[in-house]
Design a protein around this ligand. Sequence first.
Ligand code: C5P
Length: 402
Amino acid sequence: MTVSPLNGKHIVLGITGGIAAYKSAMLTRLLIKSGAEVQVIMTPNAREFITPVTLSTLSGKPVITEFFSANSGEWHSHVDLGLWADAFVVAPATASTIAKMACGVADNMLVTSYLSTRARVFVAPAMDFDMMQHPTTTRNLQLLRADGCTIIEAAEGELASHLTGKGRMEEPENIVRVLESAFSPISASLAGKKVLITAGPTQEKIDPVRYISNYSTGKMGYAIANEAAARGADVTIVSGPVGHFYLHPGIKVIHVESALEMLDKAQGSFADTDIAILAAAVADYRPAFRHSSKIKREENSIDTVELVKNPDIAATLGAAKRPGQTLVGFALETDNELDNALRKLVRKHLDMIVLNSLRDHGAGFGTDTNKVTLVFADGSARELPLKSKSEVAADILDNLPK
Ligand code: C5P
């Protein structure tokens, strides 16, 4: 069994007054399971949403809310708590607490302890869609980022108000992932590196309502992006249309639809990229002509769709590659796999190619697992067993040619 990087760490968990406070019980549980010591601080409003009894039982420590203990009159030292902490996590963080933290309004134990801490601070906002979008919230989160806090972005989905949008607190499992990667010994291995990733499919429009595409979901590319960010890299994803994925804080996503747009954005970022990993399933062809209005069946207006070849993004970046840049591509082959992958690597000036096999069960589009062989420029290859896509992402980054 592997030991969590959080084992033995002191974590102050600040809970504020929002519906998502019910998830803080699970977060406490997961942190305790990872071996951390957890001291919960609740704001007075948080007690309206979840009881201190639940949290003190799960954490094994009395919950602190007030500056003084109601029973003994003992003073709870925010300074001691702040210094005790290795990580200071506020989850859920309401708009009000975010504002108080940003401006130093220390009128409760949580914000007072925040101002006293030297620990790394993680803030997981949770609020209604309109509050989340409000310029005040955006500004205050920006202030917290500038002060060095890591913002664990709220996810999109159904909210307590029954509105749908961004505002759900990130799931406790993902908050723990962020903390684990922050305290992982390998978390600085890509520090200072700029990583560019292409991910997902491209969509090539025939008319305003129809397109040519493929079954790529983007899972592999996003897993690599998260792993690279967890290792300290400055990550940009140029992403075709995909569903919602958990994203490690700090990752920049540039959304595109077509191969031409993907090429344009990838080229725009490539010059100051150290490592580019091209995991997108780029459509090989696009319609030669894009109809500006919907093609009508009744009018028999077309019989065929003429196609033209899309540019090869990997080969274009490969041709522009300068010394020191590392370029990684993917290959999906059905026959002569190794030979074809190697030929592709040479033609596109790649440093490594990740060969996917369609023959293996559990590998390929949409699955959570993948089975790959890493092929290098000197012709050597490393076959890996079936693993989760996040483990494959770690293998790819572990094996990057220098
Ligand atoms: O030639 P093939 O499509 O098999 O190459 C796969 C690799 O090349 C992948 O890394 C893919 O992201 C990249 N590629 C690209 N632009 C294309 C086609 C493929 O970047 N038009």
